[in-house]
Design a protein around this ligand. Sequence first.
Ligand SMILES: [Fe+2]
Ligand SMILES: [Fe+2]
Length: 314
Amino acid sequence: MSGSQLWMYHSCLPLVRLCLSNDSNRGNVSSIKFADFIVGFGCATPDGCKLSNQAEGSTAGPKGELDSLFGKVMSEANPLRIAAVSDIHYTKSSKGALQELFVEASNTADVLVICGDFTDFGLPEEASVLAEDIKAHVRIPVIGVVGNHDFESGKNAEVQSIIEQAGVSLLDGDTAEVLGVGFAGVYGFGGGFGQQMLNAWGEPLIKAFVQGAIDHSLRLEKALTRLTMKRRVVLLHYSPIRDTVNGEHPELFPFLGSSRFEATIDQFEVSAVFHGHAHHGTPEGKTARQVPVFNVALPVLARSSGKQFLLYEI
Ligand SMILES: [Fe+2]
Ligand SMILES: [Fe+2]
């Protein structure tokens, strides 16, 4: 998927209005969800209101412009509930394993984000099991980035295609927008943190390794530049800060993330960052400019809160 992506409000505009008008009674809103209105207005699934490259406000005529403006103003005035998880590591025998997570997230959040390691060995068969569960149980938009496990079998293109066909919008230097909140994502890379961060010096293999993180951080920078709204969220698989990998063996830190992403994030006004990958890490930290960073790897969530996803409102 490439280019700036936008949930198409136009064909689904009534659902945006209704959904937001109920936000003033948010205490009772749990039974009134984004996806319920998608179904109610003929956009049968999140696919029906799929991300597209269509520019916001492109509906022709004054009414279209007013509708677009209404949707934009109202969506920017209301919180977005994000259900965040990572490292779900689906196997060939995982059918139904995360049904409860998917149903509860659909009942309590406006969007589900999954920060990589969808599969255990990067097999298309694993992705297919997950795709069936997503199609059966998720009723809200899903945005994600892939993880290193999704590359393991060298069939990552097929794995990504299967996941995308289930309605998941995978970001790789791309952006997406849900109800006025922008999302920028890359899966990232390693290299280490702070003064110990690896630099491009010496052997070609070291330079190539470092270049991986540099390339990803440049793509993240370009994606963030394209997001013009006030609320912006970054999705990564690898960590941008040391704090949220704490708990892992220190020898692994260089392979769990890179401060290059923290530097990129702190160039922009970012509301929150979600990542995974560090299964034994720490749930929460902050960048140097105090942007909240959440390690939402499933094992971290289970250990720290007993929950299967983090519910975060911005
Ligand atoms: Fe993982
Ligand atoms: Fe990982």
